[in-house]
Design a protein around this ligand. Sequence first.
Ligand code: FMN
Length: 217
Amino acid sequence: MPRWPTPSCAASTIRATTGPGSPTWKRRSASSPERWNAVPHDAAIHAWQGERSDADPRALRQALGCFATGVTVVTTVTPDGRKVGVTASSFNSVSMEPPLILWSLSSRSPNLSAFRDGSHFAVNVLAASQVDLCNRFGRPLDDKFADLEVAAGLGGSPLLPGAVAQFECACEATYPGGDHLIILGRVLRFRWSEETPLLFCQGRLGAAAPAAPALAA
Ligand SMILES: Cc1cc2nc3c(=O)[nH]c(=O)nc-3n(C[C@H](O)[C@H](O)[C@H](O)COP(=O)(O)O)c2cc1C
């Protein structure tokens, strides 16, 4: 899955693997009975990617980066008391009954075992004013918690001050997910505020600005 944050990449450096102008376009659209590949091409959208094994992985990162997310710092504590935290935008809701959430962690993370083997973790949803925390927990550092006053949540997971929302979770299950580990959490306790959340979209951090009235609850 993606290297974080999504690197910017000029459209011209991405090679079309299918679609108009690509080597496979005429052959596929002529031979396929469904002619699915002959969908009219919108000039504003990049050509279809991904069918060939040598497709540019940067293109997939760019496409995935169009899905705007919030930004969280997921924390836990190791049995010997070491506080652990990583910036993660892969957080999402799964189930209301029971209350389940998920996120995914790179298998290359030096903190993989802390989350895989830990009983609890906390998801701290960052506010728009917390770009510094996003950066601090978004790279390898010896002590990410230096000079940071945190409270100990359920199971000892650190709760960061100023978070827009916090979900304290019991680790329900983990699943292999390619080069990431998918971590499913059962929400034991949560809280939130009306602060503006931090957003991550197209490789950039931003703040939520409503484009339409609130949806009905
Ligand atoms: C906005 C943003 C979102 C990120 N989302 C994730 C994510 O969902 N999963 C992940 O494994 N890494 C994600 N990362 C990268 C990790 O935060 C980064 O690799 C960090 O070094 C992980 O901490 P560690 O090296 O202490 O394990 C993200 C980074 C940023 C800046």
